[in-house]
Design a protein around this ligand. Structure first.
Ligand SMILES: NC(=O)c1ccc[n+]([C@@H]2O[C@H](COP(=O)([O-])OP(=O)(O)OC[C@H]3O[C@@H](n4cnc5c(N)ncnc54)[C@H](OP(=O)(O)O)[C@@H]3O)[C@@H](O)[C@H]2O)c1
Length: 314
């Protein structure tokens, strides 16, 4: 579909350098929006303007959501550009996250703090800062949660706690901004094919955990090296695309999953941003739906046994 010559509004996306953020930037750009792409710019990334929409449709904005100065400066850049381009701020997508895996006893407190700072407080900070502009533009807010925001899994305390917090924040925000005709949606995907799932979580687990006290690791893992290999094999398995509906069914029954394309999530975000009847929650993918249904119908103890303790069975 040809892109309209004048954008119908602007959208700010945090964590737009890769994965779901980048896919959403591309999708929304193609849908006719001007994109403020929040990036940390601390390293050369494969991110390139040309792959998304070209300079007239995308403006990279330096934005580490944990830094108050960055958030403030980004709001100035956005405000100036909206005025210069005659656009309204139609949306904010709180997408940035840094996820960690590991037993609670082993992970340092700073890891918990960092994940909350990026995934939860970063979203709070961006939302509070951009609310006046969003209100003026009758804009929408999309918060990127996860099935981890609905169900808890072993070794996922930092991510689940961060996403649960984001869920509660989003629900309260939705009710508070309703009087201005603003909408808040929460997106809850299952596993998605992004650098986070393919590399970052595993690198973190395999390499960073190596520095943690061995005697603590021994309490949780029978043999640490084989555990790491097991996790790597798990990611390799789910990264293999399913070979059709029967393979999907087999993998669901076996408790193995697969990674969804980030474009599926971008489409849901697009719906939340543009539809006349946006949903409040977008639970994405067969696995996320199955896991959440199990949580609702099984009760806590049965869920722990069937899924919580084994879905990432290291
Ligand atoms: N992949 C999945 O399976 C999955 C499933 C459910 C939900 N999600 C959620 O989807 C969102 C996007 O994740 P993804 O899978 O696309 O992972 P990703 O490719 O690793 O993207 C994460 C983004 O967050 C950015 N980021 C990290 N720390 C930041 C900070 N302090 N300030 C600003 N940006 C920061 C990263 O920037 P740098 O490049 O500079 O590090 C990157 O752009 C996250 O909220 C994640 O929790 C992912």
């Amino acid at each position: 579909m040809p892109r309209p010559s004048k954008p119908q509004g602007a959208i700010l996306i945090t964590g737009a350098s890769s994965g779901i953020g980048m896919a959403s930037a591309r999708f929304l750009c193609e849908s006719g929006y001007f994109i403020f792409a929040g990036v940390r710019m601390r390293h050369p990334t494969p991110w390139s303007l040309a792959t998304i929409g070209g300079e007239e449709h995308v403006l990279p904005v330096e934005l580490d959501v944990t830094k108050r100065d960055d958030v403030f400066r980004a709001s100035e850049v956005v405000r100036e550009n909206l005025a210069a381009r005659g656009l309204r701020l139609a949306g904010l997508i709180n997408n940035a996250a840094a996820e960690h895996l590991g037993p609670i006893e082993v992970l340092p407190i700073d890891v918990f703090r960092h994940e909350m700072e990026v995934g939860y407080l970063g979203a709070v900070s961006a939302t509070k800062t951009f609310l006046p502009l969003l209100r003026e533009g009758k804009g929408r807010i999309v918060n990127m949660s996860s099935v981890n925001g609905l169900c808890t899994f072993k070794y996922h305390a930092t991510t689940c706690a961060t996403k649960y917090a984001l869920e509660a924040f989003s629900d309260a925000l939705r009710m508070e901004v309703k009087p201005w005709g603003m909408h808040v949606a929460i997106v809850e995907p299952g596993p998605v094919d992004t650098p986070l799932m393919r590399e970052k979580l595993i690198q973190e687990f395999a390499h960073r955990l190596r520095d943690y006290p061995r005697e603590q690791l021994d309490l949780y893992f029978e043999e640490f090296e084989s555990t790491v290999r097991h996790v790597e094999a798990f990611v390799e398995r789910i990264a293999r695309p399913p070979r059709g509906p029967l393979d999907k069914l087999r993998r669901l029954i076996n408790g193995q999953g697969w990674l969804h394309p980030p474009a599926d999530v971008a489409r849901a975000i697009g719906h939340a941003m543009t539809s006349q009847r946006p949903k409040t929650r977008y639970l994405i993918g067969a696995q996320a739906k199955l896991i959440y249904a199990a949580k609702r119908y099984l009760g806590t103890n049965a869920f722990d046994r069937v899924l919580g303790e084994s879905v990432f069975d290291f």
